[in-house]
Design a protein. Structure first.
Length: 261
């Protein structure tokens, strides 16, 4: 019996020793894994920080390059305009204006005065149409980008003077006041409230030439015009996709609403 007791005590001692060793080993393993995880987290954070720094510097570089490019193109354009001698120089100006408009199509720069000035000095009908197609191309690109996700696009719509064209999706109606060779004048009817008139030419761009109606912005584009009939395209897009311009009427309405509340 005494021999059996000694055997059990020996076994118990061995088990306890092994258990302690196992626990120690487990603790060491967990500690090593925790340290590895911490090191991996530190390394990941370093990589993320490096990537953010690279992207930030790239953004600053792109902005600086964009500003220099814009300044260079504008200077070249204005120099061409100062020495303009007929349609030959106008063609060079068109190339520069197209470069400016396409490269900065997402920037809210109002290039309409430049288009109108060049259109006024061109005498060749073919070049006039080329210039208008440049503006239409930029407007199409902008329209696609702002209506891609959550926008409305009427597509080409024929109108003539006196027409009232409803757009139930937007709960508005456009009233066509007049149509001429290069423009259309319209007003918007929103819940019996008349907004406008708006003088729309070939050189209107969606992210600049729009009116804010609630959480949407509405823009009318001129695709073609004759003496009595025009082809237009109405688009609407989330207001956040275009920068707010200072509007004294809208500001007054907001102040009145705030004071009355």
């Amino acid at each position: 019996m005494a021999s059996n007791d000694r055997a059990w005590k020996a076994i118990n001692t061995i088990v306890v020793a092994l258990g302690g060793a196992a626990i120690t080993a487990a603790i060491s393993y967990v500690g090593i894994r925790a340290e590895d995880s911490r090191q991996a987290t530190v390394e990941t954070n370093k990589q993320v920080s490096t990537l953010v720094d690279i992207l930030s510097k790239q953004k600053d570089l792109d902005l600086d390059l964009g500003m220099k490019m814009f300044g260079l193109l504008m200077n070249s354009y204005l120099k061409q305009g100062a020495s303009a001698k007929g349609n030959a120089n106008s063609k060079d100006q068109m190339v520069l204006l197209r470069l400016i408009a396409l490269n900065f199509q997402d920037v809210p720069i109002n290039l309409k005065p430049l288009f109108e000035q060049l259109d006024g000095q061109i005498t060749d009908p073919g070049q006039k149409e080329d210039l208008r197609e440049i503006a239409r191309d930029v407007a199409r690109r902008q329209a696609y980008r702002v209506t891609f996700d959550d926008g409305f696009d009427s597509g080409p719509t024929k109108v003539k003077t006196g027409d009232k064209v409803p757009f139930p999706n937007l709960a508005i109606e456009i009233d066509v006041q007049s149509v001429s060779q290069d423009r259309v004048v319209v007003t918007l009817n929103l819940d019996n409230r008349i907004i406008g008139p708006f003088d729309v030419s070939y050189f209107d761009m969606p992210i600049i030439d729009n009116v804010k109606l609630g959480d949407k912005r509405v823009s009318l584009l001129l695709l073609g015009a004759a003496a009595k009939e025009a082809e237009v395209r109405l688009i609407a897009f989330p207001s956040a996709l275009a920068m707010d311009r200072f509007d004294i009427k809208e500001l007054t309405q907001q102040l009145r609403a705030r004071n009355s509340g």
